[in-house]
Design a protein. Sequence first.
Length: 406
Amino acid sequence: MTDAAPTPWLTVIGLGEDGLDGLSIAARAALDAADWLVGARRLLDKVPPGHAQRIVWAGLDGTLDAIGAARGSRVVVVASGNPMWFGVGATLARHFDPREILTYPAPSAFSLACSRMGWSMQEAVAVSAHALPLESIARHLYPGRRLVVLSRDGETPAGIAAFLSERGFGPSRMSVFEAMGGSRERRIDGVAANWWQPEVDPLNTVAVEVLAAPNARIYGVTPGLPDDAFIHDGLLTKREIRAVTLSTLAPRPGETLWDVGAGNGSIAVEWLRANPSGRAIAIERDPHRAEVIRINANRLGAPSVEIVEGEVPEVLDTLPGDPDVIFIGGGLTSGDTLEICWERLPSGGRLVVNVVALESAAQLIAFQKRYGGTLTQLAIARNAPVGAMTKFDPMAPVIQYAGVKA
Ligand SMILES: C[S@@+](CC[C@H](N)C(=O)[O-])C[C@H]1O[C@@H](n2cnc3c(N)ncnc32)[C@H](O)[C@@H]1O
């Protein structure tokens, strides 16, 4: 027997800058019938006073509780644009049964900006500098790419222009759209390298057509960035080994990686570049390297890397939640690190370990005998001059362990 579908009592209405004028008849009727009206002050101000009691959105938990307490009466939440796109719609649908919710979306800032630019939406990439640091755009810096960037505030366009210019993408064309869809709408066009407006209206969206200067570094989309893409002090998983390691780690959407002994952060950064909906926690004891991880993460479009400073294995006890995948990038100095990491993995979790030292390799061999998994030797040699001729310079071979917890 299936449960009867719950009756919707919560209505989410997307408002554009044109306020009630842009609403469908059905959305307008729902708004007029509301007992409770919930939303950010800016949006509530667009609704003329009526009989509904108002709750100004202030903090997630408190507001969700207030909405829950009004269950049974007609509650309307007003949100901006399409509430299901970087909006409260999805938050509400996670908290309440989605079948209790009716949503009336308005066009999103993404759809409005694409319309203004004459871009097809499926070819443009949406990036939120509202939810994440604007450095996230670094993952999308390919000539010809079209980006629609949601701004955090009035200084975001200048920040984007500066970031693009610093990274060699100063020729990129930028169009800033302020308060789209309303009477205050204004468009500002320019080129990143010559951007002149330090501040615009806080409600703005930026369309960027990425164009590269000759000095721009343009990276491939697959893992294995060049070593010099990272700032590092030599403690770096080298490009070829890194590419194989990312393939072994095999990131899946939403998964959490612990990069144990993260060094300069190259594995955590590449994990997130390949898997932006995932999480990467970089664990590093050296405070200077922890700072470098932050710089690398920002430069390479993975600003959501979480950095934990501390000594392995002790610091692992302080980490909340379980990882899906653990990478140990070398330096298996403490005898119990392997066991502790294995212990923290849920069943089905994956462990990948790279070592160079034979003592560490011995630990891996014993571990593999006990728990199964595979051992692979990765031996790379790069060309180097020998007098006028060329030879191969072998790097120290890396022993890679890969295991899945039963
Ligand atoms: C939290 S997001 C909400 C997006 C919304 N759900 C939508 O569909 O547009 C807020 C960001 O959207 C952008 N935005 C929303 N409405 C806009 C408008 N009318 N004009 C320009 N930008 C807008 C701004 O970049 C703002 O910082």
